[in-house]
Design a binder for this molecule. Structure first.
Ligand SMILES: [Fe+2]
Length: 450
């Protein structure tokens, strides 16, 4: 395979960035098992009311403060801090049971609003303590964060440093305002009907320390609740037998499928595998292994992450937490709820020891325990959800109409955990062009964002 054409590389790249039109034609094919299960909207334990607070017009909320420095050269997303050896599951559940309800809610008074960014500067230390205690804080009704520049004032007042999204290197993450280190959430109309299950913004390799999700415009025609759930509460809730099994066997997640005609001769199949491995996988900055037919489909090549523990101790508090993306990525759950992802972008979760997909029973227990602890937030303009990304998981419900939510990721405040890598702003023309073309391809990786 020494003659690699750009087209070949990009057609392989397309495996990681499926097309919109494919999403319609392959939706019905998204179940490998016999029979197509019914799709049911997932549950949520808590559902606060909408309040219909007004926002600003897009030309107002998108304004950046050009007097502030350009933050495009932000920190790299830090490496994942795994601490998962020797966990006693029963003891972990006892510890996790003691946590208070997540998220904590902070509602702006008129005095708070009058203070603007000073409110966050004055309360930064308390807010950081509360974030460790509750896992997430929902700031409601703050006028300051109704715009991009006010949102940046908020995180600067808190003294937290933005970093790249863990999947930034794929070129598939879009900025809402690059100079403010602000990414768009999945607002695009083609993914309105796609439910994004619970996940941390994390790969086995990189994990952001914190996130601040902001609403500038809620969905104009309904839906679009932002989901948050405490990983400690999910851990405490889960059937101990399922938890022990998953902890003992570990999990592996496949992030993309490339279906090769099964009749292709073995050596050529190996060549395709090597091509994808060499040309495309490194763009994702994940430890991916290319594996044929792990889910049983003839000719299917899957890009599979390394084995990881489904439970991790929080890097600061040591609290054991359900820390994995199975609720979002398990195929048996996706096949049973609104899912707009074409076959090429369908994910799966495997038991790491045998590479068998998770059983339906285990998926259903993950779903039950997770959804019981979901708070489906009614986020409105100016609302921010500050999240400890090692503790609370997030997602978003389907929506109708237009929506504009955005998110910044944050790194650690100590050098050792943060590392010293900063973003290298891409100046290489060829890479820029390939990223540009990949960006043009509609993207499924977005579906793992929210
Ligand atoms: Fe996300």
């Amino acid at each position: 395979m020494k003659l690699l054409t750009a087209a070949a590389i990009l057609s392989s790249a397309a495996a990681f960035a499926p097309t919109q039109s494919a999403s319609r034609s392959t939706q019905l094919m998204s179940t490998i098992e016999a029979g197509v299960p019914e799709r049911v909207a997932p549950d949520a334990g808590f559902m606060p009311d909408w309040e219909d607070r007004p926002g600003l017009a897009p030309e107002e909320f998108m304004q950046s403060d050009m007097g502030k420095p350009d933050l495009s050269g932000m920190w790299e997303c830090p490496l994942t801090r795994w601490d998962s050896e020797g966990i006693n599951v029963a003891e972990a559940q006892r510890m996790a049971k003691k946590v208070p309800h997540c998220p904590m809610e902070v509602r702006a008074s008129s005095a708070d609003n009058a203070k603007g960014a000073q409110y966050f500067a004055d309360n930064a230390s308390q807010i950081k303590q509360d974030l460790l205690k509750y896992g997430a804080i929902w700031f409601r009704g703050f006028d300051l964060m109704k715009s991009v520049n006010g949102y940046r004032d908020m995180y600067e007042a808190l003294g937290i440093d933005p970093c790249l999204d863990p999947l930034h290197s794929s070129g598939l993450r879009k900025f809402a305002s690059e100079r403010d280190a602000l990414y768009e959430e999945v607002n695009k109309p083609s993914l309105r009907g796609h439910y994004i299950g619970l996940h941390c913004e994390s790969t086995a390799k990189r994990t952001a320390a914190y996130a601040a999700f902001v609403c500038f415009q809620k969905a104009t025609e309904g839906g679009g609740r932002f989901l948050v759930a405490d990983g400690a509460a999910i851990l405490a809730e889960m059937d101990p037998k399922v938890l022990q099994k998953l902890y003992d066997r570990k999990i592996r997640i496949s992030v993309s499928n490339l279906d090769i005609p099964p009749s292709i001769p073995g050596p050529l199949k190996e060549g395709i595998k090597n091509l994808v491995d060499v040309a495309v996988a490194p763009k994702f900055d994940m430890d991916l292994e290319m594996i044929y037919e792990a889910d049983g489909k003839p000719g299917r090549l899957q890009a599979v992450e390394s084995a990881e523990s489904p439970i991790n101790r929080h890097p600061v508090t040591g609290l054991p937490v359900w820390f994995n993306n199975a609720h979002n990525h398990a195929r048996k759950l996706r096949d049973r709820r609104p899912c707009g992802v074409p076959e090429v972008g369908m994910t799966e979760v495997f038991y790491a020891d045998t590479m068998e997909p998770l059983s339906l029973e285990d998926c259903q227990e993950i779903k039950r325990a997770s959804e019981k602890h979901i708070t489906a937030l009614s986020m409105e303009p100016g609302d921010v959800l500050l999240v400890d990304n090692y503790r609370a998981l997030h997602g978003r419900d389907v929506f109708q109409g237009d929506r504009f939510h955005a998110v910044s990721w944050f790194t650690w405040d100590n050098e050792e955990w943060r590392g010293d890598e900063r973003r290298i702003v891409e100046k290489n023309g060829m890479n820029k062009m390939i990223n540009g073309m990949m960006d043009w391809l509609p993207k499924d990786f977005e579906s793992n964002q929210s």
